[in-house]
Ligand binder design. Sequence first.
Ligand code: GLY
Length: 300
Amino acid sequence: MVALRLWMPWLKVALHVRNSVGPGGSPDENGETTIDALIMDGLTMEVGAVAAMRYVTDGIKAAKLVMRHTEHTLLVGEKASEFAISMGLPGPTNLSSPESMETWTKWKDGRCQPNFRKNVSPANSCGPYSPTHYLQHPGETCSSIGHILTSNSGLPRVGLHSHDTISMAVIDRMGHIAVGTSTNGATFKIPGRVGDGPIVGSSAYAVEEVGACCATGDGDIMMRFLPCYQVVESMRLGMDPKLAANDAIARIAKKFPDFLGAVVALNKKGEHAGACHGWTFKYSVRSPAMKDVEVFTVLP
Ligand code: GLY
């Protein structure tokens, strides 16, 4: 991720899942790779984001162009690509790679399982899909027959290797804080799906006088809770980073005990801590005083 300004970073905290984000990451149901990205300046509260962006390789640069050169916060889809290319980024570029096409072909050959569909027919093979009737709430009475509730494959929707995210928080020598996130989203997602990556307060959040937060995991669940907004506001109210991170994760786990996710909290003093659910994750920290990056492992 590029720094927001030409600031000399005093502290960088980075959370990453899988090796990279960009071309060849997380193909969707059609085999296409897209990018979600967000950048936020904790001093000015300016935000730029792109979602489901096609044909452009650098999500963070595109998000930064939105922040720097528009009054908007979020651009989506092909229009985000057009904007990024019109503002000087390379493209249109095919974001698929031989590896992503191989992954996608294997998934198609496996009857498109697992996938993100529910209450659809066919339940266990590739589409086209049509909706099935379902009971909205357990115990709800229904006068007509034939209502069913299906969870289709029953396989985990998001596993350790089914999404990719890089999220980073930076504090400079002046104490200015910025965050950024970049992701290809969830593997075999329904085309058009946008996760937590470009959602401010979900994948990342920064407030100059308090601190910052980075997050990753099952974005479809996490974006409902704005965990990074929660973390920063908890620190504002006096929680230390560990308590704030644990609290944000616990709120999600209470409603979705099977979700996979992680957050890293960083306060303005540079104190940091992570919390996670459903997996063990690592984040890295670097400051000019350190000889090398230090990697922290967080247990669920
Ligand atoms: N956390 C990445 C995603 O779910 O899109």
